[in-house]
Design a protein around this ligand. Sequence first.
Ligand code: 6PG
Length: 236
Amino acid sequence: MEVFGSKRELEAAVADLIVDVGETAIAERGRFCVVLAGGQTPREAYRLLARDPRCTALPWKDVFVFFGDERCVPPDDDRSNYKMAKDTFLDAVRIPPHNVHRIRGEIEPSAAALAYRKLLVDDIGDPPRFDLVLLGLGEDGHTASLFPGEDPLLDDAALVRATTRPENGTFRVTLTPRAINAARYVSFVVAGAAKAAALKAVRHAHYDPAKVPAQVVAPTDGELCWLADEAAVMGT
Ligand code: 6PG
């Protein structure tokens, strides 16, 4: 695990990770397929991608953006993970619009999941081997939209599935562990004291993915890294 003294340092490290993995992927394979995390934690890291020097570090025409999960809301809704990425950096960098593959939160969730699965399989493969998957961590140990109380490996071969957030019943679409774990590089990004208990549980508690879904993240042929600030690890 890499621990940073402040959230600001963590954010810079996440932005640099995206650029570094992107440069390698483009050099080796001609394109960079990256899965973005949603939520609040990665916002500032994404904003850094829109500013010098990082905004010109990657040939954006070779960068292909995907999402680990999405809230089932329209793309212009402030709750949309796509909108968060669009507002923080996608609109500011010279990435061709057709390189950004959002999950269609505005349509029926299972239809959105099927459509996204088809896009991933047709474009990358089954399972899709992303170059980088960024993941957040919920205080309850969830990641993407793999929530406690349901076996995160349910329907794993589907690569993408519709689900609901237990605490409020809102509909979500999420990558399954099979899609996440096929990646070359998976990085959790965790910040804040509120995440300390979840971080400790994921890394040290008895393996019980129905209780701590983030425990299912274990790349089959890739690297897993944890980027956290001191506040998130103080209590572990
Ligand atoms: C989402 C995310 C979710 C998020 C965690 C952490 O759609 O909200 O995919 O998995 O990464 O809930 O969220 P914060 O970064 O806002 O704490």
